[in-house]
Design a binder for this molecule. Structure first.
Ligand code: SAH
Length: 393
């Protein structure tokens, strides 16, 4: 086993179970581990402190265990996956008859840094964000099959875009198990085509489930604009909630295609819905003041810290347009999924936008990611989704 020694004092965050070791904390290494291999980490006083996947980059080690006697073998993956499944079962999410769409593994939130697994009906979509998880994919897939006890037939691996460029791993997307083309999954009774072959993330934004469900409660009789609709999750919930009209907008023609398919799947021939492939800012400029329920769920404006200032400006501009145009008595659901943007930063951007419009605005709800995207208490960085529901007079 490769050994890696920390600089004096650099073990403090690990003592508080933080799962990352930054490259700057490393004093020296015994041996030359390849990217993705497992290393043991020792303090400057030669005491074992953690074991994890090594990678070249700012995060040098993603911790898998703080116990020296815990081997990283199939039994390990089975224990971690079972714990993840048990949590989803015990909160009622994995056992509802009207829902077979949920996140089974949320990286650090499930003590599996670098690994994401979403369940869509009888298919699991697995995504590696680290070289270590990529190398372990076959063992993880075997463990997953056993842990799911016959509830899945297919495991699709989708990591081409999530693996670091530096790791020359030739990742290929494809089925590790099974190969079904039946891609319809159910979320709280609504049906969605999940595009795990070409779609964003694992094919669907599982993380907005509870927020879509909340939106449904406010939709009755309203004129809804779902901006950045992607696969139209918010739109179909609004339709079920009794919206009078729903317009879905996304700059990607592919997203508009998926949107129309999903609306048809749930509400065939329903004339309340229309979808438009257009840039958000252009649409917001010419749309007039007909909407009284607006959803703004843009892509991550800041993928890195240095992009923070531009991102905040983006949120300000976008929200300012919505505040200017929304009908009196309207409700705005506004989100940020950028990890680099804090809750406070986002709030300030939205507040500034509200002030620019001069409207009276009240906060009805402060939203975040759902329970199947848990935040490891020792890894606050895991909190990424932020949302505000605002009543605009
Ligand atoms: N609300 C969606 C997820 C949104 S993802 C859901 O619940 O599933 C962000 C979407 O914004 C993507 O589909 C992307 O195509 C779209 N997008 C990115 N830039 C855009 C722009 N300038 N104008 C309109 N849509 C844009």
């Amino acid at each position: 086993m490769y050994k890696l020694y920390l600089k004096p004092g650099k073990e403090e965050s690990l003592k508080r179970f933080h799962p990352w070791i930054f490259s700057g904390a490393i004093a020296r290494m015994e041996g030359t581990p390849q990217e993705g291999e497992t290393v043991e980490v020792y303090t400057s006083k030669n005491e074992f402190i953690a074991k994890g996947h090594y990678q070249i980059g700012s995060i040098a080690v993603r911790v898998l265990t703080f116990r020296q006697d815990e081997a990283i073998d199939k039994a390990f993956w089975m224990r971690r996956l079972s714990a993840a499944r048990l949590m989803r079962q015990s909160i009622g999410l994995a056992s509802r008859p009207d829902n077979d769409t949920y996140r089974l593994v949320h990286g650090e939130g499930d003590n599996l840094p670098g690994l994401v697994i979403d369940i869509y009906a009888r298919t699991a979509v697995m995504q590696a964000h680290s070289a270590g998880m990529h190398l372990e994919r076959m063992t993880i897939a075997q463990a997953l099959q056993e842990v799911m006890q016959g509830q899945i037939d297919n495991i699709y691996y989708k990591s081409e875009t999530t693996l670091p460029f530096k790791a020359d791993l030739y990742p290929e997307n494809g089925f590790l198990v099974g190969g079904s083309t039946d891609n319809i999954a159910t979320e709280y009774g609504l049906k969605f085509h999940i595009d795990w072959l070409k779609g964003q993330k694992t094919g669907f934004f599982v993380d907005q489930r509870e927020n879509r469900s909340l939106l449904e409660r406010y939709a009755a009789g309203r004129h809804v604009l779902n901006m950045f609709c992607y696969t139209s999750g918010f739109s179909v919930y609004a339709m079920r909630g009794g919206a009078q009209l729903v317009h879905s907008v996304d700059s990607s023609a592919k997203a508009i295609d998926l949107t129309n398919q999903n609306v048809d799947l749930n509400f065939p021939d329903d004339t309340r819905h229309a979808a438009f492939a257009e840039d958000a800012f252009k649409y917001l400029d010419h749309m007039g003041d007909r909407y009284d329920l607006i959803i703004l769920d843009p892509p991550a404006f800041a993928k890195h810290r240095d992009a923070l200032r531009n991102a905040l400006q983006g949120y300000r501009k976008l929200n300012a347009r919505a505040f200017e145009k929304i009908k009196p008595g309207g409700i705005l659901f506004t989100f940020s999924c950028s990890q680099a943007v804090s809750k406070e930063n986002f709030r300030t951007a939205v507040f500034t936008a509200a002030a620019m419009s001069g409207r009276s605005v009240r906060i009805l709800h402060q939203l975040t990611q759902p329970a199947d995207h848990p935040v490891n208490i020792y890894h606050p960085e895991g909190e990424y989704l932020k949302g505000l529901v605002l009543y605009v007079e």
